[in-house]
Design a protein around this ligand. Sequence first.
Ligand SMILES: Cc1cc2nc3c(=O)[nH]c(=O)nc-3n(C[C@H](O)[C@H](O)[C@H](O)COP(=O)(O)O)c2cc1C
Length: 355
Amino acid sequence: MKTALTQALGCRYPIIQTAMGWVATPELVKASVGAGAFGFLAAAVMTPEECEAAIVDIKSHTDAPFGVNVHSFQAGIDRIIDACIDHEVAAISYGRAPSAKLIEKVKAKGVLCVPTIGAGKHAAKAVALGADVLVCQGGEGGGHTGETPTWLLLAQVLDADLGVPVVACGGFRDGRGLAAALTFGADGIAMGTRFLLTEDSPTPLTTKERYLQSDVTRIPVSTKLDGLPQRMIMNNRLEDLERSSALGMLVRAIANGWRFKSHMEASWMEILTAAWKMARGTELTLGQTLMAANAPMIIQKAMVEGRPDDGVLPSGQVAGLIDDLPDCEALVREIVAQARAHLHKAAEYGETDAV
Ligand SMILES: Cc1cc2nc3c(=O)[nH]c(=O)nc-3n(C[C@H](O)[C@H](O)[C@H](O)COP(=O)(O)O)c2cc1C
């Protein structure tokens, strides 16, 4: 299944496994690229040493190309970028606050840039900054997300005709979605939640079960975790966050900031600078600004420690439509087979004598 996306990234199928903090570990990336997708390692919650070790681990298992997801403001970003270049990682992905300097540096070394955008107005800017592929995440997508629904965002970006492969993201789980995206004019799909809900993701089973039980109408967007709109499954923790006062948020921010600082082996200055850069241009309170930089520690409780009601559960709404945990190999095989069947059927409608 060759598209402009498979040609750009060198993967077998036009399917991207997106980065998810604590979830897109070497295990998941090895499994997704082994199945023919293009996988992104989630390095935004890693130290430079952890990231380099993860890259080496993946490389020692596969020759398939893969990418690394970074936040341009994270502690140790320069060393992470150097590791990507030194180990010839195929691509980097990034979202908010892209750094022109960083993009220029990796592109000069042949590393592709695959930003995710959540609003039509960011598309042309991302390409001007150097995007080689654009991932367009609609509002139904998991984690930090925008307001425009996937198909409307995709239409906006395709209409803009920016000359780079365009990937539909947010709400995908099967071959129907892939076929629809390709016939709509996109060059592939990107999925987060669907890859989280595989046998290969490292997320503890107790937490995966909580995702499988979720209802599509109970996966709202909240700004209470870190001040930025984030889609998460409603649970006790999120209900508490929704009720919390500004003072409560500040206290929690400091406590979690302390834990995140130790985890990332970062200084307070690095943590505060990251928070400031992330919050720049938004109207965040002091508590929210601090939360912005250390929310990963609250997410970790659910995603690593397997306590789904003590942490938050970033998720796309599509979790409400998923009820199985296949391995990546079976998932990708099934998606491609189903997409082919739908594309054949759609082609029949295109015949001139079709009714
Ligand atoms: C648990 C979880 C963690 C995420 N962490 C990150 C992250 O660290 N960096 C990032 O750029 N996007 C992150 N995202 C967003 C995903 O990469 C992806 O864009 C989104 O899940 C796509 O929507 P879908 O879940 O409907 O497929 C996360 C999403 C989830 C569900």
